[in-house]
Design a protein around this ligand. Sequence first.
Ligand code: NAD
Length: 260
Amino acid sequence: MPSPLETPTCRQHNMSTSAPLQGQVAIVTGGASGIGRAVGELFAEAGLAGLAVIDVAECDLSDLDAELVTGQFDVADADAVSGFISEVHDRFGRIDILVNNAGIAPVVPWSKVTEENWQRVLDVNLNGAFHCTRAAWDHMRDRQYGRIVNISSVGAFLGSVSAHPAYGVSKAGLIALTKSLAKEGAADGILVNAIAPGSIDTPMLESFGPEARVEYAEASLLKRQASPKELAESVMFLVSPASSYITGATLHVNGGALLI
Ligand code: NAD
C-alpha cells in the first residue's frame, strides 16, 4: 500500500495516447447495437488485445479491428455468464475492463405490470450486471487492476418515463451497486463507476416512438439527443488513465436533463 501522501504514478498500465487501451482485455455486454456497439468500436480503435461481447442478439462486429470473442446469451443467465467469462480469461489471460451495458426498457404502464415482467426488467438490467461483475471480479482482483462501468440512466433519478416502472428501479439499483463495489474494490485497484445517459439515439429509444424521442430530446438543457459515440466517449474516459482518481461516481451524460 503506498503512503496516503504519496501521489502514485499509479497502478496503471503503460498506455500511449494513440492506443490508450493497449494490451488490455474488455468485456462489453449488449454490444450488438446502440451504445454497446459504439463502445466496442471505440475500444477496438484503442489498441485492445481482446474484446469480448455478450449479447442475446446475434452480433455482426466483423468490421471491428480487434481480437473478438462473442457470446450470444442472456446476461440474466448466471451460468452462461460465468462460463463465458472464464473462457475469455482462459483465452486472453486477463480481464481489465467490464462495461455492464445490456438493458431492456419495455413500454409497460403501471396498470399492466405483472410479477413476471417486473422481475424480467430487474433480471436483465440489474442482476445481469451483478452476474457479469461477480464473474470478472476475482480476475481483476488477482491482477490488482480493473475498470467497471455500469450504464445506468436518468431514470435512476427521475423514475421511468415511457419504460416499465422497474426500469428506473433497476437503474437506481445499479448506482447503489456501483457505490458498494467502489468501496469493495478500492484496495485492489478496481475502480467502479456509473454513467447516467439521457436521450441517446439508439434502437431502444426508437422503440418509444417518434413523439417520445422529440419529447426526451427537449427534456434536456442541450435540446437534442446524443449519438451513441458521444456516450461511448464517456465510457472511454472512465476506463482510461485520465480517470485514475475517480471511483463510485456517476457521470451524467444527459445534456443537463436533471436540471430541468
Ligand atoms: P439497444 O437496445 O440499442 O441496445 C441494447 C443491447 O442489449 C441490444 O443489443 C440487446 O440485444 C442487448 N440485450 C438486451 N437484453 C439482453 C440480455 N438479456 N442479455 C444480453 N444482451 C441483451 O439500447 P441502448 O440504447 O444502446 O441501451 C444500452 C444501455 O443504455 C441500456 O442499459 C439502456 O438502459 C441504457 N440507456 C439508454 C438510453 C437511451 O436513450 N438510449 C438512456 C439511458 C440509458
